[in-house]
Design a protein around this ligand. Structure first.
Ligand code: IVH
Length: 669
């Protein structure tokens, strides 16, 4: 037999045994027989290096360590999930779906376990694994192909030919036993322990040297694909069967549930089962089973800024509680000047995470819970939610406990604190308070802001303390030579930061606005503003009425913006940013030949196939605008049953009038 043929044969055999061993858990040869075949392949490939291909089982751990991770954009965004914590949340979820679909008939779901790991995307081209990445911010992740190849349950080649592209999504996680072993080893070597399987999985994948990843016991379960309509499947249940046939590991605990009652039963079963599983789960994921319905339901956040699918929800297990002692309270001053009491606790293990601090929110919360310094308290942690103090254990008081009182002046700058009538939050109103400034700067460079690499919380604190960065213009005036000399820095970190700053000179307008941390202007509102204004100057010149006309922008946000831009110190700051070359710009809108572009559509009367919400969503997804009243700008009126005065008026104004069917025809439905 020729070497090439034997190599192919060995690869197929090894892959088959791999699959049987790792995925099916049913090997038919011994480990030493496997090693034997593997060695034979290795020897043949060494003798014929020209025959080595990346899908060979010998190439799972290969390649030199990387310098840094590359960025990889997802073809379609990787969304997150909304959370529910009770059957009531799930009922509300189902009601929303029925309302959206304008239907009262029951829905069917697939209930899956929610694994506590890291979401990744695997890209297969013609059945071969070519790329893999982390979820990142949902749009762009880190390329970790060599690291993913080391996970033995991930097939390098699918077991059936799938022509073209298949983007598989799933969770990389570490089994509990593997985590215990890894932590024991880290204890011996004096390295910090991983608090939970998610951190351990993330730590293992983010190793620049894939041979380190290979030594960590990682597993993978596939739970979806980027574009179900590109598969032969009609439902999530069918997709699981399909992925399994392709050789991808899928979790066997998933169940089809014909009603919410069945979902509830399955949730209870899994709650009881979770402690016997080899891996940690923190809840279940409930997904509408039908892909046709999933497509109709679409995403929350709209086509421009999808955040989570409307058709799925994560139902989290109840929080894990522990008891400990509330030793003291620290008062933190945040970016908005809000003074937040933080409980300093005797460190305690809460379901695998050591907790030593927990927010107490505000004075009212402290009083409502009647917490005192020195109390024994219950603390809890639900999934990835920040730990919180639930209540004091009054029975354990010995009289030495002391009341907790908010200070009268800012603990950082000494300026008087203000608590406006009817508000729970007490604030430091000194705009020059160092805490407010530092926190604002940290927000600007953080993930919620411009996400500048190398300028995390620690670095910003350092730069602030040294007086190098006290305001935003300072940030843009940083010099490479100053940075390189700082303690803990070097040429490379200085270069990295200089690069970040360069990219931060032309940020997308929405990101820039969100980064400024203007009150009531979060990510969503900032996105709406970007859609309506193409430059910062245009936004600054906007009249109040112009802002309020934008659907989704309320009076509070509009006032806040007007106040912000009319503050002279803000104007000066923005002016110096401009001089430093900072120019935020709106991303190019996707115009062109989308079916409803240029159309402003108003709905009236009762629609029969669509709910109002679905209809409006469809307009936006297809490039149109939704009108709320009949105005000059309105181009089309879609009239349902019992359309009244609006229909009459639209006729008079010579607007195009469509039936529901005609509207659906426009977008090919
Ligand atoms: S579906 C578009 N299914 O949970 C739907 N996610 O909170 C997005 N996760 O980023 C994901 N198990 O890391 C889905 N069976 C499952 C999951 C699951 C765990 C994670 C995933 C995602 C996060 C969202």
């Amino acid at each position: 037999m020729k070497a090439a043929e034997r190599i192919l044969e060995l690869r197929l055999q090894l892959e088959e045994h791999n699959h049987r061993y790792y995925v099916l858990d049913a090997p038919i040869i011994s480990d030493s027989e496997y090693d034997h075949l593997f060695q034979e392949l290795l020897a043949l490939e060494q003798a014929h290096p020209e025959l080595i291909t990346p899908d060979s089982p010998t190439c799972r751990v290969g390649g030199a360590p990387l310098d840094q991770f590359g960025q990889l954009a997802h073809r379609l965004p990787m969304l997150s999930l909304d959370n529910g914590f009770s059957i009531r949340d799930l009922q509300a979820f189902e009601e929303r779906l029925c309302r959206f679909l304008n239907s009262s008939s029951g829905l069917s779901y697939l209930v899956e376990v929610k694994l506590d790991g890291l979401a990744v995307e695997l890209v297969y081209e013609d059945g071969i694994l070519v790329r893999g990445s982390t979820r990142g911010d949902g749009w762009v992740g880190e390329e970790i192909t060599p690291q993913l190849r080391t996970i033995l349950t991930i097939p390098l080649r699918l077991r059936r030919l799938v022509p073209g592209l298949l983007e598989v999504r799933g969770e990389v996680f570490m089994e509990s036993a593997g985590l215990v072993r890894l932590n024991a080893e880290r204890l011996r070597t004096g390295e910090p322990l991983f608090a939970n399987p998610r951190n351990a999985a993330a730590g293992a994948l983010r190793q620049l040297d894939p041979s380190v990843t290979a030594r960590r016991p990682l597993s993978f379960f596939a739970y979806g694909v980027s574009a179900p309509e590109e598969t032969p499947c009609a439902s999530q249940l069918e997709l699981f069967g399909y992925l399994r046939e392709l050789g991808l590991p899928v979790n066997e605990l998933s169940r089809f549930c014909g009603s919410l009652a069945e979902v509830e039963t399955r949730f209870a079963e899994l709650s009881a089962l979770r402690h016997d599983l080899a891996y940690e789960i923190d809840g279940v994921v409930v997904k509408v089973d039908s892909f046709a319905l999933q497509a109709r339901l679409g995403t929350i956040g709209g086509a421009m800024r999808p955040r989570a699918p409307r058709w799925a929800i994560a139902w989290k297990f109840p929080a894990i509680q522990a008891t400990t002692r509330l030793l003291d309270v620290e008062f933190q001053v945040g970016r908005t000047g809000a003074v937040t009491p933080v409980a300093l606790l005797e460190p305690v293990d809460v379901g695998g995470v050591v907790v030593s601090r927990a927010t107490l929110h505000n004075q009212d919360e402290i009083e409502r819970k009647d917490l005192r310094r020195g109390d024994y308290v219950f603390v809890q942690r639900a999934g990835d939610v920040i730990p919180e103090v639930v209540k004091p254990i009054v029975e354990r008081r010995d009289g030495s406990e002391e009341p907790i009182v908010l200070p009268a002046v800012c603990p950082v700058c000494g300026h008087g604190l203000v608590r406006p009538e009817g508000e729970a939050v007490t604030r430091c109103v000194n705009p020059h308070c160092p805490a407010v400034r530092l926190r604002s700067l940290i927000h600007f460079t953080s993930k919620a802001g411009l996400d500048l690499e190398g300028l995390g919380k620690k670095s910003m604190e350092q730069l602030y303390e040294l007086g190098l960065v006290r305001d935003l213009p300072d940030l843009y005036a940083l010099r490479r030579e100053d940075l390189a000399l700082l303690e803990g820095w070097g040429e490379r970190s200085a270069d990295k930061v200089m690069m970040s700053i360069t990219t931060a000179k032309s940020p997308p307008l929405a990101r820039f606005l969100a980064a400024l941390g203007i009150r009531f202007i979060g990510e969503v509102t900032a996105g709406l503003l970007e859609e309506n204004f193409s430059t910062l100057a245009a936004l600054m010149a906007a009249e109040r009425t112009q802002l309020e006309e934008i659907e989704g922008i309320g009076g509070q946000a509009a006032s806040s913006l007007i106040d912000y831009f009319s503050d002279s110190s803000v104007a000066m700051m923005l002016e110096s940013l401009h001089r430093a070359g900072v120019e935020p710009l709106a991303r190019q809108k996707v115009v062109g030949d989308r079916p409803l572009s240029q159309m402003v559509i108003l709905f009236t009367g009762t629609l029969s196939r669509l709910s109002r919400a679905e209809a409006k969503n469809l307009v936006k997804e297809h490039g149109g605008q939704v009108a709320t009243t009949l105005t000059q700008k309105t181009t089309h009126l879609v009239a349902g049953e019992k359309a009244g005065s609006k229909l009459k008026k639209a006729r008079e104004l010579d607007k195009v009038i469509l039936s529901e069917e005609e509207f659906l025809g426009l977008i090919g439905l």
